[in-house]
Design a binder for this molecule. Structure first.
Ligand SMILES: O=C(O)C1=C[C@@H](OP(=O)(O)O)[C@@H](O)[C@H](O)C1
Ligand SMILES: C=C(OP(=O)(O)O)C(=O)O
Length: 445
């Protein structure tokens, strides 16, 4: 089913009494995509608890159904009857991955290693994003890819049912590319090896193990990793519990730090150390942020985040931290605009190829609202001030994180902030505006 997003503009005024109470955020997007894909590749029945029911993940569910898995939902519980590795069937129509880079890239790995032909497309944002980063390694396994000029979707794949195992060193820090190569390796004959120069989120490795696959991980000298598995592999169905998404928690969290009078508890947030760069950075800025009730659930560390209004100071974020907070830079930049002193966020080249050019769009979000910024190479410099103005109109370019970052700015600014379109928030954080209003915000159409 193709989803037509109707533009949803909003104006956000400062929250007078702060954000308080306790809340949950929706399930982790990365883990949700992977649970549907791996369960579809497993033998047997998997139940998934806490799946993110956002548009991006629903596109993955539709794609896996089109490839032959049976996926149903009963209340909040999703049930997947898998087909087994190598047993997915040719889709009868084009696979539409909507706005989701993760869905498109991870699925490419699966399609390239099954004996079938398929075509994948996406919305205008996804059709502008680079796919060569997966086509290049995957086409060495005996599959063939044909895309639009510049490696853009739509893309056709002629998969290879007896794929050659790949040995690949990632040229960019990307969990999506790493995962695509590993997923292709499940149905390859022999040893698949991926090396990443900097560690990226390891949810694919963790969940493969959860489904019974031997995954060897060794740490490389400079903090990178080498990941290996031997195919063809058999996955055994096993239930999955999805923690709250740390990337989604970033928005109510930063809002609470910025809006005077706030005291907020966000419960059951995933704390995988390869995802927590934002929390480290906010603590360096002087945030009153504590992690309570740390525990392990469904194989991933989780905890509750308590955030109170804080006087923040500028920060210098090293480039090697980027993979652990790659989706959090727009909202971190908003926090920096409200901090005392300058901040420098280093090594942001990957932001240019997200749902929008997030570096340019973040600069514009800040500038239209009176903040001062500078881009030097791949670094973003934000000069903070205590009373950010607001009053600007934010252009979101089909990018959910820009829309939520604009809302956070408006909640703490002197003058109302207009957001051109908040519809894409549905991709990762359904119910965001209602949730924020329930905590004390007053966000209206
Ligand atoms: O693997 C994943 O689930 C993701 C990896 C990251 O992308 P890259 O692999 O392009 O860094 C991130 O930005 C995206 O939101 C989710
Ligand atoms: C970059 C993101 O997602 P994707 O690459 O899956 O579109 C994101 O959610 O911020």
């Amino acid at each position: 089913m193709k989803v037509h997003m109707q533009a949803r503009p909003l104006t956000v005024s400062a929250s007078p009494k702060g954000l308080s109470g306790r809340t949950l955020v929706p399930g982790d997007k990365s883990i949700s995509h992977r649970s549907l894909m791996l369960a579809s590749l497993a033998h047997g029945r998997t139940k998934v608890y806490g799946l993110l029911e956002g548009e991006d993940v629903l596109r993955t569910a539709d794609a896996m159904r089109a490839l032959g898995a049976t996926i149903t939902r009963d209340g909040a519980v999703w049930t997947i009857d898998g087909r087994g590795v190598g047993e997915l069937t040719e889709p009868a129509d084009v696979l539409d991955m909507g706005n989701s880079g993760t869905a498109a890239r991870l699925l490419s790995g699966i399609l390239s290693s099954h004996r079938m032909n398929s075509v994948m497309t996406g919305d205008a944002s996804l059709r502008s994003r680079p796919m060569r980063r997966v086509m290049d390694p995957l086409s060495k396994n005996g599959s063939e890819f044909l895309s639009r000029e510049g490696g853009r979707l739509p893309m056709a794949v002629r998969g290879n049912g007896q794929a050659t195992p790949l040995e690949y060193r990632l040229p960019v820090a990307s969990a999506q590319v790493k995962s695509a190569v590993l997923l292709a390796g499940l149905n390859a004959v022999g040893r698949t090896v991926v090396e990443e120069p900097v560690a990226t989120r390891d949810h694919t490795e963790n969940m493969l193990r959860h489904f019974g696959v031997d995954v060897d991980v060794s740490v490389l000298d400079a903090g990178g990793r080498r990941i290996e598995l031997t195919g063809p592999v058999k996955l055994t169905a096993r239930d999955v519990t999805v923690p709250g998404d740390p990337s989604s928690s970033a928005f109510p969290l930063v809002a609470a730090l910025l809006v005077p009078g706030s005291d907020l508890l966000i419960e059951n947030v995933g704390l995988n150390p390869l995802r927590t760069g934002l929390f480290t950075t906010l603590l360096e800025m002087g945030a009153d942020l504590t992690i309570e009730n740390e525990r392990v659930e469904g194989g991933e560390p989780v905890g509750d985040l308590r955030a109170r209004h804080s006087k923040l100071k500028g920060v210098d974020v090293p480039p090697e931290r980027a993979p652990s907070m790659i989706d959090e830079y727009p909202v971190l930049a908003v926090a920096c605009a409200f901090a005392e002193g300058s901040s420098r966020l280093r090594g942001l080249e990957e932001l240019r190829v997200k749902e929008s050019d997030r570096l340019a769009a973040t600069v514009s979000l800040l500038n239209v609202n009176g903040a001062e910024t500078e881009v030097v190479g791949d670094d973003l410099i934000v000069r903070g001030f205590q009373n950010p103005l607001g009053g600007g109109s934010v252009t979101t370019h089909m990018d959910h994180r820009l829309a939520m970052s604009g809302i956070v700015f408006g909640l703490a600014a002197q003058k109302p902030v207009h957001i051109d379109d908040t519809a894409f928030i549905e991709t990762s954080f359904p119910g965001f505006v209602d949730l924020m209003n329930g905590l004390g915000a007053d966000i209206r159409a």
